[in-house]
Design a protein around this ligand. Structure first.
Ligand SMILES: [Fe+2]
Length: 372
């Protein structure tokens, strides 16, 4: 990652192309397959079928051993029998899908009983694919290869998302020199969203928007981003473009589609005097209006080289003054004041304490609740 003071030197087109390259990259390491079956004969047959393939094959005879291996190893595919003893395939699949680090591992369920009902039971178990015995070696190999290709594509996508988040945090460091800005934005935005009763997908978008909203600043040179004096009109034009550049960077990742309105519209104003599109009132996406309040509040209450940190009371007073000027959503600002004053019931175990340790702890709880 670039250090503060160094221009990142990447245009949005270059960043988007790098993300696309990551997505298209194929598997670079040997795939690991876990066979979960108590019967030696079944495991031997599968081992034989896969012998000619370039896979690492692990075996478990009991569901507890299988779950332990899943926590210890990077497993790319699980093959299991529908009649897995004690807990059965449906419960096993449910446990795998519940854990964040294993929820995307594909499951291939095998059964010895033919019939539509049996097939339905297999698919309802949360399995991704289903095969009936007797196993045809070529069919098994083809099915497993297809599932592993899909898993590799998902891994690349997750990797690309990880790169974007790391890049976004590097940009925030370069811009504001304040630690945990993204984290506080995610925490404040999701808290407002929860108080408004928003659904889980919208809360997840707010969480991600906290990190990604300013990713378009990758294209703004340091000379502008860190300029101590006022910007020229041309410099403002470049600065304002971070919204549309950010949207272009995130667009290749379909999972980030709900975040795009936040990235593009977080500098619009209620009266239409903002940018990039001059949207007004409820034309401005709600999530962008929420993130904007969090962004302004955090900027006001953070210490910068050129200004001290304001108290939350002073920051909310400024938000209210900006509302009177017509810039902010009056309802959201009122909701936010109520949160700051402790007049709104927050979800259990959550608080708006913005001390670094409290932010880290609250955000971790939020991440587990939202993203698992
Ligand atoms: Fe911004």
């Amino acid at each position: 990652m670039a250090s503060a003071g160094q221009p990142l030197g990447m245009s949005p087109v270059e960043v988007a192309a790098a993300i696309r390259r990551t997505r298209l990259a194929g598997p670079t390491e040997t795939a690991t397959i876990l066979i979960a079956d108590p019967h030696e004969i079944n495991r031997r047959i599968l081992r034989g079928i896969l012998r000619s393939e370039p896979y690492r094959v692990l075996e478990a005879t009991h569901h507890e051993d299988a779950l332990r291996l899943l926590n210890q190893e990077k497993i790319d595919l699980i093959v299991l029998d529908l009649m897995l003893p004690e807990i059965g395939a449906p419960e096993f699949c449910r446990r795998v899908k519940l854990q964040r680090h294993t929820r995307l591992v594909p499951l291939l369920v095998i059964t010895s009983v033919q019939g539509v009902e049996n097939e339905i039971a297999g698919l309802e178990s949360g399995a991704d694919e289903f095969l009936t015995k007797p196993l045809h070696p070529a069919v098994v190999r083809t099915r497993i290869a297809a599932m592993l290709r899909q898993k590799a594509a998902i891994d690349s996508l997750e990797e690309a998302e990880g790169i974007l988040f790391a890049l976004a945090q590097a940009i925030e460091q370069r811009d504001t020199c304040t630690g945990l800005h993204c984290e506080r934005l995610a925490l404040i935005s999701v808290t407002i969203g929860q108080c408004l009763g928003l659904e889980q997908p919208q809360l997840v978008a707010l969480y991600r928007g906290g990190f990604l909203h300013d990713i378009g600043k990758v294209s703004v040179p340091d000379a502008i981003l860190r300029k101590p004096g006022p910007l020229t009109e041309e410099e403002w034009r470049i600065m304002r473009a971070h919204t549309v550049h950010g949207e272009a960077i995130c667009r290749p990742l379909k999972t980030l589609a709900p975040v795009l309105p936040i990235v593009r519209h977080h500098h619009e104003r209620w009266d239409g005097s903002g940018y990039p599109d001059g949207l007004r009132g409820e034309q401005i996406p709600l999530l962008a209006r929420i993130l904007q309040i969090a962004d302004i509040f955090d900027a006001l209450t953070s210490e910068r080289p050129y200004k001290p940190a304001l108290s939350w009371q002073e920051a909310v007073a400024i938000l209210e003054e900006e509302t009177r000027r017509g810039w902010r959503d009056p309802h959201l600002v009122a909701v936010f004041r109520a949160i700051c004053e402790g007049k709104t019931q927050l979800p259990r175990g959550q608080c708006l304490n913005l001390e670094p340790d409290a932010v880290r702890a609250s955000l971790e709880n939020m991440r587990v609740a939202l993203l698992q």
